[in-house]
Ligand binder design. Structure first.
Ligand SMILES: [Zn+2]
Length: 373
């Protein structure tokens, strides 16, 4: 695997300095594919000496990173997210629109109902669901400006900006396809806020820089776009509308000096968590389990929790059971296997689901189960 190395800061082109390394980190979240070797890369966090922006130094090639289709089923929260986003943009959509990503067509199918909208071209690698309107045109590829032949009235993207390797240049390239006065309407996570709450899905091989609201404004201003409006979906993500205005002279100041303390807090928290969990594990591995074949467990192992402490990973998702978690030897089993263990110990950290999972295990599987929460 040929990694790309970031040589300079994505925002101010300043010099990068390595600040933290998670060695040999699995490149995918979730479970392994049978008979395919797991891939790893060091996850190297760097800080810009000039503006303070936090970013990963080593980048996975895009064709490998996005080789797997994203989970095409939309969960309840995403359903809500997309509905609120469509509601937010509905009075601003008209004419000829491009959506980048959005292969599930949730947004395009909704926007197409708007009479003022003439055409929506959707760029994506996967289209798992059917289009519900003849106005929708599918382009089965990553975004490509050369396939756009007339200037656009609007561009839509949801949770795309945080995936870009060169956000400043790429958003400008995308915005160049807009007419003067055209709108860019998009949803983005607020990764600074996610890190403050120690979310492990905040920065990873897909989200390679610490995007904040301040940075979003700078990226869009750099592309000649002025701020129109925003709406918070939650503390951790927001919707934005910007308008193309080539006559404005934007003053951009790249100062993200607070990012260092935010990411440092995230590292400190997880190092302490690993020490705390280790100190509470007192049984042998045949009684000891960790819950969740997902990024949170991958991070705990990445921060130094040994997988040899555990017999299995437990997960309620039947699609994950009897597979290995990506990047580990641990096999995923249903929590029902705890029934045959005398006094099992389970490391259970599942955020808002923790209480529900604990209750289910104690009441329906094994009342003698002990937990490290
Ligand atoms: Zn910089």
């Amino acid at each position: 695997m040929n990694l790309t190395h970031r040589k300079q800061c994505i925002m101010c082109k300043g010099e990068l300095e390595t600040m933290y390394k998670l060695k040999k980190f699995p490149i995918y979240m979730g479970v392994s594919t049978p008979n395919v070797e797991d891939k790893y890369s060091d996850k190297v966090f760097a800080t810009c000496k000039d503006c303070g922006c936090i970013q990963l130094e080593k980048l996975i090639p895009l064709d490998i990173l996005y080789n797997k289709s994203h989970n095409s089923a939309i969960g309840k929260v995403w359903e809500q997210h997309h509905n609120q986003f469509c509601d937010f943009v509905k009075n601003h959509t008209y004419g000829n629109i491009v959506e980048i990503g959005g292969g599930n067509l949730k947004v395009a199918n909704t926007i197409a109902k708007n009479k003022a909208v003439k055409k929506i071209t959707v760029f994506d690698k996967f289209f798992p669901f059917d289009k519900k309107s003849d106005k929708i045109v599918l382009q089965n590829t990553f975004f490509d400006s050369s396939l756009i032949h007339e200037k656009l009235d609007g561009i839509i993207h949801t949770h795309l900006i945080e995936h870009l390797y060169n956000p400043l240049e790429q958003i400008k390239e995308i915005a160049d396809n807009l007419k003067e006065g055209g709108l860019m309407m998009f949803a983005s996570p607020l990764i600074d806020e996610m890190l403050k709450d120690n979310y492990t899905n905040a920065m990873n091989f897909e989200h390679t820089y610490l995007i904040s609201e301040k940075m979003i404004i700078n990226i869009l201003n750099h592309a000649g776009m002025e701020f129109v409006s925003k709406k918070y979906f939650s503390k951790h993500s927001a919707f934005f509308i910007f308008r193309k205005n080539i006559n404005l002279n934007f003053k951009i100041s790249h100062d993200y000096s607070n990012d260092f303390n935010i990411i440092k807090g995230f590292f400190d928290f997880h190092e302490k968590e690993v020490e705390r969990i280790k100190s509470q594990i007192d049984t042998d591995r045949n009684n000891t389990f960790i819950f969740g074949a997902h990024i949170f467990t991958q991070y705990l192992l990445g921060f130094g929790l040994s997988e040899d402490l555990f017999l299995n990973i437990l997960d309620n998702d039947p699609a994950k059971q009897n597979n290995k978690m990506y990047g580990s030897k641990l096999e995923v089993k249903s929590p029902k296997i705890l029934k045959d263990i005398e006094k099992p110990l389970v490391v259970l950290k599942a955020a808002m689901y923790t209480e529900e999972i604990k209750k289910d295990i104690l009441e329906n599987i094994n009342p003698n189960t002990r937990f490290i929460l």
